[in-house]
Design a binder for this molecule. Sequence first.
Ligand code: NAD
Length: 464
Amino acid sequence: MPIDESMVKNIVQEVMAKMNISDSPAGKHGIFKEMNDAIEAAKKAEKVVRNMSLDQREQIISIMRRKIHESAEIMARMAVDETGMGNVGHKIMKNHLVANGVPGTEDIKTIAWSGDRGLTLVEEGPFGVIGAITPCTNPQETIFCNTMGMLAAGNTVVFNPHPQAVKTTIYAINMMNEASLEAGGPDNIATTVEVPTLETSAVMMHHPDIPLLVATGGPGVVKAVLSCGKRGIGAGAGNPPALVDETADIRKAAEDIVNGCTFDNNLPCIAEKEVIAVSSILDELMHYMVTEQGCYLASKEVQDALVRTVMDEKGKLNRKCVGRDAKTLLAMVGVTDEPEDTRCIIFEGPKEHPLITTELMMPILGIVRASDFDDALEKALWLEHGNRHSAHIHSHDVTRITKYAKAMDTAILVKNGPSYAALGFGGEGFPTFTIASRTGEGLTSAETFTKKRRCVMVDSLCIR
Ligand code: NAD
């Protein structure tokens, strides 16, 4: 269905105006002034959730799904308006994907042993109140995935979101609590503070009522969470390479890579951030990217101007460039005469090029030449920086794909498709925007937010 842009914009402006911080949202469905109050309220809600049946939790989750579908457009525009990052159409797709695909209570499993000495079950139980830190790149998607998964597992959650996405986050948290209330559940199954800071984050991280922390973001937050002496789930940074060898369908590889790289203006941590192509097919690959996939081939001058614009001398990203589209980035360096449908900026460069080695989160795709497959693999491994997050490959040689997968050792590896296939867009499997690359849980879902508990009945209940 086509989007009525002006109508959605008006609604978003109305909502954003109503959410002016001076008109404090504190006290409304999960929003508090003080972090300690947000934790206390989530703890109170958790006592109710703990005693709810799986069916009651599922009812709340199904209302969440409906509300996410209904507000997919508004939330997408709100996130782009507030953060300045991303693509409204793609964010709408991400919201629908989450509403449809995030697993509910069916994700919680039981293991059983029965025999002469009775029956033993291993059940997956809740942790209690979980502390979660969320990024500005997927602000509402992360809130939705975390809340649904954590609630399905019987937990409640306190968020410390990115300050750049606080209004979007508050709107999403309000919505999660409204779903709970509508299903007869408690308020405050998800809470936050109206002004999140590093101080509120520290209060949350060290609070005795929070046994599990989940960090979705860059290396700083993952390190902070994993250093605070509690169980931590770390969903950290990536710099995913896409390797293309001479056995691949080169035309399709060009299409898949550009589709993945430009999705939501390259914000997803799993998106193709650079390409390593075997020399014999590199020119052909770039040819298809330029002639069929809306890529702009950047000269050395434009590359240099981009380096000066998108990062400072120390390599720190210019936030005004993160998540912007290719046309906007080109305009920032004085290139204004490119067609409207320009999707991506490409160039060939060495692996050490700052636009290649840095996780940019912009539709700028450097292409590194490799002499052969083994050279390409070595370069891809170097460029992934040991994040073990995501890597992609286009090849029809199963032996090479296997070698690449083993060497990269990443949480996600997409073969012969766009990176977003890993999230269930045109690939099998469920979506999430918290990919625990650092601590090994991989793509998180309800089961990730449980602890295993063994229940033993001695000498009875075995009926074999
Ligand atoms: P960011 O690291 O700047 O911020 C993420 C969150 O951490 C924010 O809420 C921020 O306020 C908080 N934070 C940052 N440093 C902190 C510290 N020392 N202590 C406590 N909190 C701290 O990241 P961003 O710009 O919002 O998101 C982009 C980054 O996140 C990229 O590196 C991307 O790869 C990564 N990311 C990873 C995943 C994943 O699932 N693995 C998902 C989304 C984003």
